[in-house]
Design a protein around this ligand. Structure first.
Ligand SMILES: [Zn+2]
Length: 267
């Protein structure tokens, strides 16, 4: 649990933004089917979503080489009386297709009070076999529940996070972390996974949480998982991880529980 959210479920620690209910209502009203397909000529994900135009629905186009980031909604959870979305993110890199976090695929008594509504990747029009590499930002249940869908493929996670998930009671749903065939690759600190794509530790929400920093030169885009659970935590950063992300001067930051990416305020 990060600082600033005492008394909340340790998995979530979600101070809820005021606009969340409104955002959810908009999303529900306009539909929520998300699918990804490959273009014939361009190696670029196309987001097919029945939704009014918002930045959340649009993959982030980086400078050359072309790297596209696409959010995929995989669940909703009930937190403090409000529905909170759970997103994973697909990064289409010229060398590999990377999935950041895996959401959930089934219910579990330990989290029944959060009334999960699931849209697992395995039941969407999603090319599971097309994923080459998986990254877990951290191992709370709503970020690793689909790891089993990617058995045999490398799943990059900070070693500290893996140790905590395996050793601390109540930390997560442990059988999801160690599901059959799951091949975790422990990482110690920063790692350049692919050209222009780095894993960077960002402690706060958990000790071992990491973010994915995309782009080399210029302002990066960050896929942050729960480095911040809501925008206010990046507007006024407190944790080491939030401060580190802000220090990168990112163009925008995708979060797991927000529909749209966070962007720094312009004066
Ligand atoms: Zn989460």
């Amino acid at each position: 649990m990060g600082a600033g959210c005492p008394g909340r479920p340790p998995f979530l620690c979600p101070p809820i933004a005021g606009g969340l209910a409104e955002q959810n209502a908009r999303f529900t009203r306009t539909g929520s089917t998300v699918a990804i397909r490959r273009g014939e000529t361009e190696r670029q994900a196309i987001l097919n979503v029945h939704m009014s135009t918002t930045t959340a629905a649009v993959g982030t186009q980086m400078n050359a080489p072309s790297i596209t980031i696409t959010p995929v909604r995989v669940a909703d959870l009930l937190a403090e009386g409000e529905r909170m979305p759970v997103y994973v993110h697909v990064i289409d890199h010229p060398d590999a297709r990377v999935l950041v976090d895996t959401g959930m695929t089934e219910l579990h008594p330990a989290v029944a009070d959060l009334d999960p509504r699931l849209r697992p990747l395995s039941r969407q029009d999603f090319d599971l076999a097309g994923i080459d590499i998986v990254v877990n930002t951290h191992l709370h249940f709503d970020h690793c529940g689909g790891n089993h869908l990617f058995a045999g493929r490398p799943i990059y996670v900070q070693r500290r996070e893996l140790d905590d998930a395996r050793s601390k009671d109540g930390y997560t749903i442990r059988e999801w972390v160690g599901a059959p065939g799951v091949r975790s690759v422990p990482v110690d600190g920063e790692l350049e996974l692919l050209p222009g794509l780095r894993l960077v530790p960002a402690p706060g929400h958990t000790r071992g949480i990491q973010v994915v920093v995309v782009g080399s030169g210029g302002r990066p885009v960050v896929v942050g998982g729960d480095v911040a659970v809501w925008f206010g935590e990046l507007d006024e950063p407190h944790t080491e991880g939030q401060l580190r992300v802000r220090a990168l001067d990112p163009e925008l930051v995708w979060l797991a529980h927000e529909h749209e990416p966070w962007r720094p305020r312009t004066v």
